[in-house]
Design a protein around this ligand. Structure first.
Ligand SMILES: Cc1cc2nc3c(=O)[nH]c(=O)nc-3n(C[C@H](O)[C@H](O)[C@H](O)COP(=O)(O)OP(=O)(O)OC[C@H]3O[C@@H](n4cnc5c(N)ncnc54)[C@H](O)[C@@H]3O)c2cc1C
Ligand SMILES: NC(=O)c1ccc[n+]([C@@H]2O[C@H](COP(=O)([O-])OP(=O)(O)OC[C@H]3O[C@@H](n4cnc5c(N)ncnc54)[C@H](OP(=O)(O)O)[C@@H]3O)[C@@H](O)[C@H]2O)c1
Length: 468
């Protein structure tokens, strides 16, 4: 790639956010813009980030911490119509309508298809772990120390701008529970959960009251767990759980295989899964460049949610908690690209600080989930308005999210069988040939098959689902 701008840009991580950054730069190049030299470092052997599933837990085949927290049978937990790229639609990729809640492999295929089609794979150095980033104020440049873990080589390279796209759902938050050390069964974090088959017939205690608890709980129910108990801290999720699944308040203490909750009730368990979320963790950055934040919609220290206030040559993508995902990463990537290209003027430090404060004030007024979705939509709109990323009807996507939330409240076991209309193309999704609860094969091949592969399945009971 040309380097007329005399700039070198490092992207750390080739998950959906890093891939969005790669696409953003090549999209500008296609319209005749000179772009900087780009190097993307990815510690895994392939791209896709969380969507690049591994059976491994703990460390990978290079001895590095395993990145993906996804499990084998994971299906999208939100409708694809809420995450669709505005400039690469599902119709374009699959050539025909598909259902609203695809499984993991199918979504990996979608993001892979767009990035591979942009010819950016050559810009990614796979199996390269960024170990350290050092900023030199006198040269206004970063030196990255990188391990090529396949060939066992360490090198350093100098860049003018760094984009951190390493995600923040990989390093587990592991709280201590009083007496957990006496528990005789298995204790894992959701990060290590790879499938629920082995929990068939067991009594599971899930700590946490958010997406991981809900999804692993329901998945375990699907796979035959005898009893699933979710223990919340702030408040119950409040879904209409099926028989054998329920919620309890916090664990007061554990003694052997008995957990006692703060309401005084007790239960016996066979296994414990900590669904207690993840930490922002950037071991390759000096402390003064690291986000220090809980998982929320506006981590502090980031101008427009992306550019590091302490050093505006450093940018983060995807650092927010995520209602919106892929299209938000695009909006962020296009904005950061334009900051780097000088198409978007960075205001003074004081003005950037005022902008951060203004957004944080708006965020502090968010009182419920509906307002949180609208807040994130407004945030994305603000970014897109400053770039040439195709604007899309964000209010309509908000409606998709609200309908999704209603569907979940109506029936947590069947919400994935609903059909939505694409905000980008107007295409109405199909209804998957097999209800999610009965579908035990999550492969791309099976998913895209026109009819159930297994004889005896009954797609007819599933027709006529209303379109959202
Ligand atoms: C269990 C789970 C389920 C989810 N399900 C959904 C869903 O259904 N729908 C949805 O839209 N979103 C879902 N998400 C949200 C998910 O975070 C986003 O979809 C998306 O993967 C975030 O992209 P990212 O690129 O920001 O981060 P990641 O996907 O985490 O990618 C970060 C990349 O950085 C690389 N990396 C990290 N450190 C280094 C280093 N030091 N050097 C080099 N490379 C490095 C990693 O290997 C990885 O490839 C889920 C998340 C989790 C944890
Ligand atoms: N199928 C899917 O697509 C799927 C499946 C799983 C996860 N995900 C995604 O993964 C991401 C992370 O979700 P997550 O649920 O792992 O994390 P999360 O949304 O950050 O939630 C963490 C949960 O852990 C609780 N918690 C933290 N510390 C605790 C403690 N000491 N004691 C008790 N509870 C504690 C929190 O309680 P408080 O509310 O009190 O803070 C919260 O309920 C989300 O983006 C989600 O969409 C997707």
């Amino acid at each position: 790639m040309s380097n007329k701008l005399n700039k070198r840009v490092a992207i750390i991580g080739a998950g959906p956010s890093g891939m969005a950054a790669l696409r953003a730069f090549t999209s500008a190049q296609r319209t005749g813009t000179d772009i900087p030299e780009i190097v993307c470092y990815e510690k895994q052997d392939d791209w896709g980030g969380q969507w690049n599933f591994t059976w491994r837990t703990g460390t990978d085949h290079y001895g590095e911490p395993v990145h993906s927290s996804m499990y084998r049978n994971l299906w999208s937990n939100g409708p694809k119509e809420a995450l669709e790229f505005a400039e690469y639609t599902f119709d374009e990729h699959f050539g025909r309508p598909i259902s609203s809640y695809p499984p993991r492999e199918v979504l990996w295929d979608y993001i892979d298809g767009r990035a591979a089609g942009s010819g950016v794979k050559d810009l990614v150095r796979f199996a390269h772990v960024v170990r350290w980033v050092e900023y030199d104020e006198s040269t206004e440049s970063f030196t990255l120390t990188v391990d090529d873990v396949k060939n066992k080589l360490t090198s350093t390279e100098v860049f003018d701008q760094v984009i951190v796209a390493t995600g923040h759902f990989s390093f587990p938050n592991v709280p201590d529970l009083p007496g957990i050390e006496t528990f005789p069964g298995e204790v894992i974090h959701a990060h290590e959960f790879r499938g629920a088959e082995r929990f068939a017939g067991q009594r599971l205690l899930l700590i946490g009251g958010s997406y991981s608890a809900e999804d692993i709980g329901i998945q375990s129910h699907k796979m035959g767990a005898r009893q699933v108990t979710m223990s919340y801290r702030s408040g119950p999720q409040g879904f209409g759980w099926p028989n054998g699944v329920d919620e309890k308040p916090q664990v007061d203490h554990i003694d052997g295989d008995v957990a006692t909750f703060v309401d005084g009730t007790s239960r016996e368990f066979d296994a414990v899964i900590l669904c207690t979320g993840y930490l922002h963790h950037y071991p390759f950055l000096p402390q003064e460049m690291r986000i220090v934040s809980p998982n929320n919609l506006y981590p502090t220290g980031l101008y427009r949610g992306v550019t590091w206030q302490g050093n505006p040559r450093l940018h983060y993508l995807g650092a927010q908690d995520q209602w919106f995902t892929f299209n938000m990463f695009d909006a962020q990537a296009w904005f950061v690209r334009d900051v780097i290209l000088g198409r978007v003027d960075l205001p003074s430090e004081a003005e950037r600080a005022a902008s951060i404060t203004e957004w944080l004030d708006r965020y502090s007024a968010v009182e419920d989930d509906d307002a949180a979705v609208r807040f994130q939509a407004d945030y994305i709109r603000d970014l897109i308005e400053q770039t040439d990323y195709p604007m899309f009807d964000l209010d309509e996507v908000v409606e998709v999210f609200l309908a999704w939330k209603r569907d979940k409240k109506d029936d947590i076991l069947t919400y994935r069988d609903k059909a939505y209309r694409s905000v980008m193309t107007g295409t109405v999704s199909t209804v998957h040939h097999t209800p999610w609860l009965d579908e035990l094969d999550d492969s791309r091949e099976r998913y895209l098959a026109p009819l159930p592969a297994a004889s005896g399945a009954a797609p007819s009971t599933h027709e006529g689902q209303p379109v959202r």
